[in-house]
Design a protein around this ligand. Structure first.
Ligand code: NDP
Length: 399
């Protein structure tokens, strides 16, 4: 029986709140706090259990400490934005509670997708006897655990990893992002980095394309190689990896819009002055685009996210694919949200559960693959994200 404080009432915050509320035996009390309290209240109304709400500026450490001390949760689940990771970690240290998130810290002015700032907190959490779990969403999150699970049960040594994230859903808008537009566009427009022979190799954004056919008739999609933060932690924690790549599906329509927006400067993250006001173009664009949490009712189709791992078991080479397929409309029926927020929010709830039940309590700052994958994988099957493992005879995305 434990109390949690969830920070962030966006698409993901809504799903985490729903999923935690479904398990009163684990999450006995829930407080949902965010910058705009009315959004917390709207989520609380959807849930058939009393949820406490609060207004919080998560950039402000004293304010956070005050809220944590007043509510005394066992764990803070950070599903605000990556910009708030360090302030929330500072507040957790000061108030003496465990911490978890779903995305690495990002400085406001540069798109980095690096763990170094959060890894630097390791000793502080260790000394305080507190656990900080990083990246408990789907990617990062489930994809890291998938890799750890295959490495543990299917291989002696893993050599190649391809993480493939396909969203076969359609929301019917000409252009919208499935999660926070600012973070999404930063990710997609960033230079690509992939791990090869002991170092990261940089290539231009979206310069490598392949075709991937998903299982279970989800469809065939164009996927593009891009950088994703789990490559940094996985290549560190699995030094036998000779190559690790991340791929995401994008429609031609999405990429055309993005190209035009980029060409006219709307995806920039540097401030510009307009009529005496300082405006960050990408933040203004995010304001104009549909709110990702409003896409739920209109999104149809399925996601298919998984990992293909090549390695050796005994004297034999082996290729194994592990994946989850998730239906946008089924997610909406359950928690009033589309599958992108769902596939992030469910692993966040599972990560939280593993801290609260003691499975994953270990003082320090940890990426999710550093814990035993088995309880997480069991919970995925139980709480809405069932997965499958298939052995492949051949796999090649080079075209
Ligand atoms: P949204 O933009 O929908 O929601 C973010 C929420 O955080 C909003 O409610 C926002 O408040 C709140 N917030 C922002 N700044 C502050 C602040 N300073 N103080 C308090 N609250 C604040 O984003 P998503 O729900 O889509 O994403 C949430 C997180 O999940 C992000 O970090 C994202 O990167 C991550 N993510 C991870 C994935 C994974 O698989 N690992 C996949 C998808 C997302 P307001 O409503 O006032 O704007």
């Amino acid at each position: 029986m434990s109390k949690v404080l969830i920070i962030g009432a966006g698409g993901v915050g809504g799903v985490v709140t729903h999923k935690c509320a479904q398990l009163p035996e684990i999450f006995s009390e829930i407080v949902l706090a965010s910058r705009t309290e009315s959004k917390c209240k709207a989520i609380a109304e959807q849930v058939n259990r009393p949820i406490k709400t609060a207004q919080i500026d998560a950039d402000n450490v004293p304010e956070l400490v005050k809220l944590i001390n007043a509510e005394k949760p066992s764990l803070v689940i950070n599903v605000a934005l990556p910009y708030q990771d360090l302030t929330i970690m500072d507040a957790c240290l000061e108030a003496g509670v465990h911490y978890m998130d779903t995305a690495n810290y990002e400085p406001l002015d540069t798109a980095k997708f690096e763990y170094k700032w959060q890894w630097a907190y390791h000793e502080k959490f260790e000394k305080a006897g507190l656990t900080a779990l990083l990246g408990s969403g789907f990617d990062p999150g489930a994809t890291n655990v998938f890799t750890a699970y295959l490495a543990k049960h299917y291989f002696d040594e893993i050599h190649e990893l391809d993480i493939i994230d396909v969203n076969g859903g359609d929301h019917g808008y000409p252009f919208a992002t499935n999660f926070n537009p600012e973070i999404n566009i930063r990710e997609v427009t960033a230079e690509c980095r992939h791990w090869e022979n002991g170092e990261f190799v940089t290539t231009p954004a979206m310069s490598k394309k392949a075709e991937f056919t998903c299982p279970e008739e989800v469809g065939t999609f164009n996927i593009y190689r891009m950088y994703h933060e789990e490559l940094e932690s996985l290549s560190k924690h699995y030094p036998t990896l000779k190559r690790a790549q991340f791929w995401m599906s994008f429609s031609d329509n999405y990429l055309n819009h993005l190209e035009v927006l980029g060409n006219v400067g709307m995806t920039g993250i540097e401030e510009v002055e307009y009529q005496g006001q300082k405006i960050v173009p990408i933040q203004f664009l995010a304001k104009l685009l549909p709110d990702p949490s409003s896409l739920g009712p209109r999104t149809k189709g399925r996601t298919c996210i998984g990992c293909v791992v090549r390695g050796v078991k005994g004297s034999k080479e082996r290729i194994v694919y592990i994946y989850n397929i998730c239906d946008h409309q089924a997610c909406y029926q359950e928690v009033q949200s589309q599958a992108i927020s769902y596939t992030t929010g469910v692993p966040a709830m599972i990560g939280a559960m593993n801290i609260l039940n003691g499975n994953w309590v270990k003082p320090g700052v940890w990426n999710i693959e550093q814990f035993d994958p088995d309880p997480f994988m069991d919970a995925m099957n139980k709480y809405g994200l069932p997965w499958k493992v298939v052995e492949l005879t051949d796999f090649n995305l080079d075209q």
